[in-house]
Design a protein around this ligand. Structure first.
Ligand SMILES: NC(=O)C1=CN([C@@H]2O[C@H](COP(=O)(O)OP(=O)(O)OC[C@H]3O[C@@H](n4cnc5c(N)ncnc54)[C@H](O)[C@@H]3O)[C@@H](O)[C@H]2O)[C@@H](O)CC1
Ligand SMILES: [K+]
Length: 483
């Protein structure tokens, strides 16, 4: 489940060539792999069109056409932009013709059930040429099932940018790995259902998708002689007169997700609301200044989270600066997400902005953030030595060492006040319950999403509320425990 930029794909191609695996063979692997992956979606009574471009994406289309013809499918292969230009695509066209298969002229009066878009892949340069636009308009009018090879024509590989005439695929079969645009916006909505086709290249990338298997492998089972001191003594600085619920949601999720002990620093008013919901927590009622002065030394907290339900003020900033010096895992959310510098310590500092908060941090529009979520999150994490969790559909989790992950769990039911607070609580618990920081962070994000996925399996997505995390977590966590 790796993710590759167009530059990485080209480099992998060149390295394979140098090592003796020719691009001709890779194209054969691609076409053959595509054939096996696409076949289950086709039937021999359908009329198929493969539209190939001049580059190697078009070459993949030629190989696929040969396999489909050999299997008895009714396929027309056409070149709306002219015949192939690259050496390997020409070679494959030669072999295709030697096998006795024809190239057709585009006939706008012919109808098709399935159209395979092998026009542009990772070599696309936007905007689309006028000659292609006319053809795409005809193709869209056909109302056929559209299958794109590698990336839908008209979207960028590396960013979320989309040409106004881009092809919206029903299915996309990506070669070797996902391309970043699969998880960016608005491009991801043009991919349809996506499958990755292996073409025999070694998998190596700093970016990948975190999967159920990853969670299972990294799930920590408690020792039989465990005691509460082993799972963290957390300080949650959250909740205000106006927003007491944020602290309740973060605290209950932290307790449910396994933290040993939790103290909530909040207002007296907020604690009257939090207490009945989470009787397991203890309370502090300090001002930010008082917390800086004494509490840390007296209490020996092993981790902290700050921000849910808090307004960004100068005093809050002073407290964050103080916490950053304590060398404990620190989660900064909501009101605590501000522009500042970070120490290069051993303990993880985790920021959890949504696109609006990240846009304020970077002084970029939300559109620019959404088009380049992966790259921008990674740059920020590396430059500031923090773990950056950029929330939203396909949450991006970027680490200071330049690695990163995409989370694919979760759905629109999470678009509701309080879901971020619950994540903060889960992160606080997770970071103390797993020695592997990456797994701790990724598992919290993954399971947070699974809760909402489980909800929508049974109930309407409109009805999920963040208090539901508490009742869903016991069952969902159980499903990851090894017997
Ligand atoms: N390592 C891999 O993953 C492999 C990838 N292969 C395929 O090779 C593709 C990349 O091939 P290329 O680098 O040849 O690039 P493409 O085939 O994506 O596109 C290049 C061609 O499209 C034309 N073009 C670019 N932008 C255009 C626009 N806006 N309007 C009209 N024409 C435009 C260029 O002039 C060039 O002729 C991949 O997407 C994949 O399908 C496989 O064939 C082999 C191995
Ligand atoms: K394509």
């Amino acid at each position: 489940m790796y993710i590759y930029t167009s530059e990485q794909i080209k480099a992998a191609d060149q390295l394979a060539e140098k090592r003796g695996m020719s691009t001709f063979s890779l194209m054969e692997n691609a076409g053959c792999g595509l054939y096996h992956a696409i076949c289950p979606y086709l039937s021999t009574n359908q009329k198929l069109l493969i539209a190939s471009g001049k580059g190697n994406n078009g070459g993949d289309g030629i190989v696929l056409a040969r396999y489909l013809k050999m299997a008895g499918f009714e396929v027309d292969l056409i070149f709306p932009l002219g015949e192939p230009k690259t050496g390997v695509a020409k070679q494959h066209l030669h072999y295709y013709e030697q096998c006795g298969f024809p190239v057709e002229e585009w006939n706008p009066n012919q109808t098709y059930d399935v159209i395979v878009d092998a026009l542009l892949g990772v070599g696309a340069i936007l905007p689309l040429q006028e000659s292609l636009v006319e053809w795409i308009k005809w193709m869209k009018s056909m109302k056929a099932t559209i299958i794109s090879i590698d990336v839908p024509t008209g979207i960028s590989s590396n960013s979320g940018v989309v040409d106004q005439n881009a092809i919206k695929a029903d299915y996309t079969f990506s070669l070797h790995g996902y391309k970043p645009s699969r998880f960016l916006f608005p491009s991801s909505h043009f991919y349809g259902q996506v499958e990755v086709v292996d073409i025999g290249l070694p998998q190596k990338s700093n970016w990948r998708v975190w999967t159920e298997k990853d969670v299972q492998k990294s799930w920590v089972k408690r020792e039989t002689n465990a005691h509460k001191g082993l799972f963290g003594t957390g300080l949650l600085i959250a909740g205000s007169h106006e927003m007491p619920g944020s602290a309740a949601l973060a605290a209950s999720s932290a307790m449910r997700f396994g933290i040993g002990k939790l103290t909530v620093n909040t207002t007296q008013h907020a604690s009257a609301i939090i207490g009945p919901i989470v009787p397991e927590v203890t309370f502090l009622y300090h001002t930010y200044e008082e917390l800086v002065r004494s509490e840390w030394k007296n209490r020996r907290f092993t981790c902290a989270a700050i921000g849910p339900g808090l307004d960004p003020t100068d005093d809050l900033e002073k407290l964050v600066t103080y916490l950053l010096k304590q060398n404990v895992p620190l989660i900064l959310d909501a009101g605590a997400i501000q522009s500042r510098s970070y120490p290069r310590g051993e303990k993880p500092i985790i920021l959890t902005p949504h696109p609006g908060e990240f846009s304020r941090l970077l002084q970029l529009s939300t559109k620019e953030i959404q088009e380049n979520r992966i790259e921008l999150a990674s740059e920020y994490a590396v430059t500031h030595h923090v773990i950056l969790i950029l929330k939203g559909e396909y949450t991006v989790i970027a680490f200071p060492d330049g690695t990163g992950y995409i989370n694919t769990t979760g759905n629109a039911s999470l678009a509701k006040g309080g879901s971020g607070d619950a994540l903060t609580g889960m992160l606080l618990a997770s970071i103390e319950g797993n020695d592997c920081v990456k797994a701790a962070v990724l598992n919290a994000v993954y399971i947070h999403g699974v809760c909402s996925d489980e909800w929508v399996r049974k109930y309407s997505e409109h009805t999920f509320v963040s208090s539901d995390f508490s009742s869903l977590l016991p069952m969902i966590c159980k499903s990851f425990e090894k017997e």
